[in-house]
Ligand binder design. Sequence first.
Ligand code: NAD
Length: 489
Amino acid sequence: MNMAALPLFDPPLRTQLLIDGTWCRGATGQRLEVIDPSTETAIAEVETAGAADVERAVQAATRAFATWRNTSGPRRAALLHAIARGVEARRDRLAALQSLNNGKPLAEAEIDIGDVVATFDYYAGLAAQLDAARETEIELPGADFRAWIRCEPAGVAALIVPWNFPMVTTAWKLAPALAAGCTVVLKPSEITPLPELELAAIATQAGLPPGVLNVLTGTGAEVGAPLAAHPRIAKVSFTGSTAVGVQVMKAAADTIKGVGLELGGKSSIVVFDDADLELAADLIVGGGFFNAGQMCSATSRVLVQRPIADRLLALLARRAEAIVVGNPFTPGVTMGPISNRAQYDRVIRAIAEGQASGARLVAGGDVPARPGYFLRPTIFSDVPAGSALWQEEIFGPVLCVRAFDSEAEAVAAANDTRYGLVASVVTRDAARADRAAAALEAGVVWINAPQVIFPQASWGGYKQSSLGRELGPFGLAAYQEIKQVVRPS
Ligand code: NAD
């Protein structure tokens, strides 16, 4: 365990399941080791939940729903604000926990905490207005009837999340679900369960009633799959790989439950020949190497207009070499390890396949000989359009670069993927930026901007990247049912 982080973990970390307001052992009697990816050593052991725990948690959430759905908007808002304040009060401990469990540098973990706070505060604001906005009268063609639309909480929501932004992904689901009046069974990633358990402790201390939030740590097969199939779950909101998203959707089909999916990406950043090259290089490095490239929104495909390609590549190589890879708690470190062994092996394989594919290695590519899942920021140029390197999500610090000649060619190349999560455009020509933004098949387009995400806006993508949208009013609507009420005038 990282010695620098130790004093922050007093009181000790939460490692048990949270069911019906009580911290408890799992029915399987088994535990999962949680690994620090910087040292490959165990930090903690958490419970492995099984079928009996899933049942108990769903029942607890079902009982709690009867009261929580009728709890006033202002009361729900007050609890969400209280969770935000609890997160703020434990900012240092939570950031250290993110870094320790996920491997991200402390500065990045602190950004995550800010995002979590902003998300709970934003949905507290929506919850506060919810009672007034619950019923909307509909204008009808005749005078015989009156009709209303009522927005009601959907029921018990299962939230299944990955390991790359543990608390953030959870906040984007948990805050709107609670605001809408849903109760929750949360399944954190088995790789990074510690931040979510801490968040759950904060939520209970904030006064969330028993059963409103239940947390089951464990595997996808033993916890995620039964939740997705459970007849009492009204809505399953999943963030993770596209392959597992397909399984979740199939499992949910038998009971026709609501499904929200946030899946993989293979997104492009398009740099036109009039771009500010220093800005472009900064945006590319941010979009490719933040969180060691383990971002669904990574703009890992760089499309650069031919006349500036060599100059941009030189800037990128210099910036990649300046990135300091190391332990997330060491001052000056700007990139931590890959978060887990399986992903580390996948990225190493992708780099080896890239080298064999005929692409030109511009930076990195080597595996540092040290304990921990560390990789160097890696850049390939002249990447063949049909190669796995160009088409498949790598989810690691690997940028792929191709040159283009025309705007139409750039847009077509960016859209040539089964994914469509985000895209970036770098140009000084506002009209060209607007044309590209309209033509790109992506749920978010950043123009000359870093990957800023606002809880007030929207999150999600086109094609196989998403089903539905998170954040903003869309995020709340995802946890609501629409009811029409009609009566004679
Ligand atoms: P994953 O799909 O392997 O696992 C995600 C979660 O699903 C985990 O909690 C896992 O235990 C659970 N799970 C596994 N099998 C399951 C099953 N059969 N039924 C139900 N749940 C199951 O993904 P990961 O490796 O944890 O995360 C990386 C992926 O997540 C990447 O593809 C990335 O692009 C994607 N992601 C997307 C977004 C987004 O907003 N679109 C955000 C973050 C990550």
